[in-house]
Design a protein around this ligand. Structure first.
Ligand SMILES: N[C@@H](CCC(=O)N[C@@H](CS)C(=O)NCC(=O)O)C(=O)O
Length: 211
């Protein structure tokens, strides 16, 4: 399998966690959007230009982080099971995965990018909205992990793959320190070899990005 991704990108990290949780290997193709030639070539392969993108062993092209994880989980029975085999639990995991992508990750990334701009170029309305969304999600997440190890219960799942990179960046732009259950959950996430590996690979890029 070939994976087009960037170690800094949250959606790429989400899929990398899944690869490492399942103990699967892939041929890495790092896409640096700042490199115009690389970007142009990538747009020819995938005109929407989003990463990650998986090319399967049968040369099928699979975009979208959640669908890539679903593909890996359904086709490779190794390591962690990321989508519960029980249909109702699977629906709950998928719902959380969607919620964390849309309302935990996206506002966090918005705050990150706005924060990189000079103050007079920042959009305060956008930033306020992003913080409000994060506050709502922190309440929900804190509740979800207060009685359970992982967001979907006692088994690590696709929802945790989505939450982990978002929280890693969120702690910098909108700290969750007043939510004890999230703090404890984040420590459990950081204890997983998969996340340590993903963050270790991203570290040099993260350092220069967050400078
Ligand atoms: N819904 C997509 C979102 C992917 C996404 O937005 N990726 C970002 C990087 S984290 C990207 O490709 N940004 C470049 C762009 O939007 O042109 C997924 O889950 O894979």
């Amino acid at each position: 399998m070939k994976l087009y991704y960037n170690p800094l990108s949250t959606y790429s990290q989400k899929v990398l966690i899944a690869f490492y949780e399942k103990g699967l290997t892939f041929e890495p193709v790092v896409i640096d959007f700042k490199n115009k030639a690389v970007h142009q070539a990538y747009l020819k392969l995938y005109p929407l230009g989003k990463i990650p993108l998986l090319i399967t062993e049968q040369s099928r092209s699979i975009p979208e982080s959640s669908i890539i994880i679903e593909y890996l989980d359904m086709n490779y029975m190794t390591g962690a099971t990321l989508l519960p085999r029980d249909m109702d639990m699977a629906r709950q995991a998928r719902l959380k995965d969607r919620m964390y992508d849309l309302y935990l990750n996206n506002p966090t990334v918005e705050l990150l990018f706005e924060g990189q701009k000079p103050r007079d170029k920042q959009d305060p309305c956008k930033m306020t909205k992003a913080r409000e969304t994060l506050n709502i999600m922190y309440e929900k997440l804190n509740e979800a992990v207060s009685d359970h190890s992982w967001t979907n219960g006692e088994e690590f799942s696709i929802a945790d793959c989505a939450a982990a990179p978002a929280l890693f960046y969120a702690q910098r732009v909108h700290p969750f320190s007043r939510f004890p259950a999230i703090k404890a959950y984040f420590s459990r996430l950081m204890g997983r070899t998969s996340l340590q590996k993903v963050l270790g690979e991203a570290e040099p890029l993260v350092k220069s990005f967050l400078k």
